[in-house]
Design a protein around this ligand. Structure first.
Ligand SMILES: Nc1nc2c(c(=O)[nH]1)N[C@H]1C(S)=C(S)[C@@H](COP(=O)(O)O)O[C@H]1N2
Ligand SMILES: [Mo]
Length: 314
């Protein structure tokens, strides 16, 4: 069974004891303390816990833009995450984001638009019909999943902000809460996490503001209460826990692009022509799959990049 365990990563919740969670939490806290003291080695935390089930979202409509591929399980989607605000290891967010809470949430809109200001979450959601969008997800690290998000097109909200003709890019920022997000107390990335899209990418009907997963409110580890999903781009573009949206004229600096430009291009379009992105392992599967151009969404998005050399602008 050890082979299945090693490759399938779907350890049932029942096997994850409180003790293992406790031990890993301690190791992360030790790592945090060590990093704060200037030590170089950060000890990884390991045990992951699936998210508890949350409030069910009402009147969610299916979307014609969903893939017909089989979604990954709740357990897989909520335990295998990148969310560095809560740690560097795949299981960290499932453990350290568990106690995360907030009493109110506001997205601050600024920059080149006629309607800047502070938009409470209720206002952002006002009048939005929620859809289930089952999307392929491809991480730049070579793994993939299929995820049933619930949300609405980002365009619907951006249009309400009335971007000006100078708005060529949209920049997004994630919450930084040093008390609740242990990763933000470490210098593992410059905080806040920032991502950006070109305006036409942001307005594309596939680009989703997600507020749910499997018909329920977003689990903490998946970016509660509101996050971006851009299915034709590598996962790092899909920023979680959004508190800021800024319309700008010039291409913004973004977290991973600044951290390691050769590996994390600004465009981040899934492209098997670029080494080493030829294949991917779908979480839960054994054999690798061939990675598809634009993660399989080429029919819908390739025209956004006509005239652009995708092997240079990666
Ligand atoms: N704020 C924030 N958003 C983030 C990340 C992060 O570290 N911080 N990681 C990204 C990466 S690399 C991936 S693969 C996805 C993974 O989470 P998901 O499965 O919930 O989409 O989140 C993305 N969004
Ligand atoms: Mo990723």
């Amino acid at each position: 069974m050890w082979i299945k365990r090693a490759f399938f990563q779907d350890i049932p919740a029942s096997e994850i004891t409180e003790r293992s969670v406790y031990v890993s939490r301690r190791s992360f806290m030790r790592a945090a303390a060590a990093a704060a003291a200037g030590a170089l080695v950060v000890e990884p935390a390991e045990a992951a816990q699936p998210a508890p089930h949350g409030r069910k979202l009402e009147s969610v409509r299916p979307s014609a833009l969903s893939t017909t591929e089989k979604p990954n399980s709740w357990e897989q989607i909520t335990t295998y995450n990148n969310y560095w605000e809560f740690g560097k290891e795949k299981g960290d967010a499932s453990v350290y984001a568990r106690p995360f809470t907030f009493s109110s949430w506001t997205i601050t809109v600024s920059g080149e638009c006629a309607k800047p200001g502070r938009y409470p979450l209720d206002d952002v959601l006002k009048g939005q019909a929620l859809e289930e969008r089952i999307y392929r997800h491809r991480c730049v690290e070579g793994w993939s999943m299929v995820i049933p998000w619930v949300g609405f097109p980002l365009a619907h909200f951006l249009e309400r902000c009335e971007p000006t003709s100078k708005a060529r890019f949209v920049e997004f920022t994630t919450l930084v809460d040093r008390a609740q997000m242990p990763g933000t107390r470490l210098p593992i990335l410059p905080w806040p996490y920032v991502e950006a899209l070109r305006m036409d990418e942001a307005l594309h009907p596939l680009t989703l503001l997600a507020v749910g997963l499997y018909g329920e409110v977003l689990p903490n580890q998946n970016g509660t209460p509101i996050r971006l999903v851009v299915p034709w781009k590598y996962g790092f573009k899909s920023i979680k826990a959004i508190v800021g949206i800024r319309f700008v004229e010039r291409q913004p600096h973004t977290t991973w692009n600044d951290a390691n430009p050769p590996l994390y291009g600004f465009w981040a379009n899934v492209n098997p022509a670029i080494y080493p992105q030829q294949t991917e392992r779908r979480i839960g599967e054994f054999w690798e799959r061939k990675t598809l151009l634009f993660n399989g969404y080429a029919d819908q998005v390739a025209s956004l990049y006509s005239g652009m050399d995708l092997n240079k602008n990666y």
